[in-house]
Write a protein that binds this ligand. Structure first.
Ligand SMILES: Nc1ncnc2c1ncn2[C@@H]1O[C@H](COP(=O)(O)OP(=O)(O)O)[C@@H](O)[C@H]1O
Ligand code: SF4
Ligand SMILES: [Mg+2]
Length: 335
């Protein structure tokens, strides 16, 4: 069952290709502080790439740059390219971009309350996406189509409850409304930014399996952002690990999870107890914190927290390089 919007496109061309993307924010003095540097990854048709890293590593900033939703006027793309189905979007005029948002790429956020309109019902908001992006659905059929989308997003009893306002819904139900809105435009790419982080574990598991089902049914590609390696192991085909604004390891999920090559990837895995079947006496964690962008070191950005750090790690910037079929930003990886 392929949706027309989702199945179009040349299968040889990645649905999303991010190359050398650097994003910065202007501070109070007008000086621009880079927060991400040279971020590259690509998402193939029907695949899920998980962008994973601790809070503050630049995941949301990267996703916002892809959607061209960086806070205005402080946020800006400093360099790099974002191609959607082969088409560069970083320099597209805004009216063209508005057409692509929703119909080619849609985003589901961690806190749906910030993106839902508080004074419109759930049903109205799904119908509005249909009005904007699905001209082939006649106005008289929009209500039925919106109810069907809500049903597909496993929104409970849509015929009765879709007339509710966002504040009358639980966090899980709001997230289902966001997912129905995202589906309404039949995008080829769904960007999900920590969509389950604010939910309790039961609802989290339901939303994750819902996203897996709709991805398969619609042949969509997904950029799934999370800080949680247990979620990565559930959903990802490919992984890009981000630390302090840089990609530090990329590769196929199964291999990266089984044999993490970057010390940061190993640290993240150690923080995901559900992945580890060995009995443990304490929850391992990575000591220290992600540096603020103005304090990124010029050498390996992970050096202050890395158990393997040595003088050479602090001598110069560390580039991504191929190691065992992956890209890794560590001078010791594979040694
Ligand atoms: N509007 C903003 N102005 C200035 N800095 C920002 C802004 N938004 C995010 N940042 C900075 O960019 C870095 C990356 O943030 P973010 O992408 O939100 O991280 P993540 O999503 O990985 O938790 C952080 O250091 C954050 O402080
Ligand atoms: S380059 Fe050195 S400090 Fe950086 S991650 Fe590798 S071992 Fe650790
Ligand atoms: Mg974020």
């Amino acid at each position: 069952m392929g949706a027309p919007g989702a199945s179009s496109g040349d299968p040889g061309i990645p649905v999303l290709e991010v190359t050398g993307l650097s994003v910065g924010f202007a501070d109070a003095t007008g000086a621009v502080v880079p927060v991400t540097a040279d971020v590259s990854f690509s998402v193939s048709a029907g695949q899920t790439l998980s962008l994973v890293g601790e809070s503050g590593c630049g995941k949301t900033v990267t996703a916002s740059a892809v959607m061209r939703l960086l806070p205005h006027p402080a946020g800006r793309i400093l360099s790099g390219s974002v191609r959607l189905g082969g088409r560069e979007v970083t320099d597209l005029p805004l009216p063209v971009l508005y057409g692509l948002r929703g119909s080619q790429m849609a985003m589901v956020f961690q806190e749906p309350m910030t993106s839902l309109n508080p004074v419109r019902t759930a049903l109205d908001q799904v119908m509005e996406v249909l009005r904007l992006h699905r001209a082939e659905v006649p106005a008289r059929e929009r209500r039925a189509a919106a109810l069907k989308l809500l049903e597909e997003a496993e929104f409970p009893d849509p015929a009765r409850r879709a007339a509710s306002y966002p504040f009358q819904l639980s966090g899980g139900m709001r997230q289902r409304v966001m997912i129905a809105m995202a589906l309404a435009g039949q995008p080829r790419l769904l960007i999900a930014d920590e969509p389950t982080t604010a939910l309790d574990v039961t609802v989290q598991a339901q939303i994750l399996s819902l996203l897996k089902r709709i991805r398969a049914e619609h042949g969509m590609s997904v950029l799934y952002i999370t800080h949680d390696m247990a979620v990565v192991s559930e959903i990802a085909d490919e992984v890009a690990v981000m630390y302090a604004g840089q990609v530090v390891e990329t590769g196929p999920a199964a291999r990266l999870l089984a044999e993490p090559l970057h010390p940061y990837t190993r640290g993240l895995l150690a923080c995901a107890p559900r992945l580890d079947s060995r009995p443990r006496t304490r929850l391992e964690s990575i000591p220290g914190a992600v540096p603020a962008p103005a304090e990124y070191p010029a050498s390996c950005r992970f050096a202050d927290r890395c158990p393997l750090a040595e003088a050479a790690c602090r001598a110069a910037p560390v580039a991504l390089r191929p190691v065992r079929g992956r890209q890794v930003r560590c001078i010791k990886a594979g040694a």
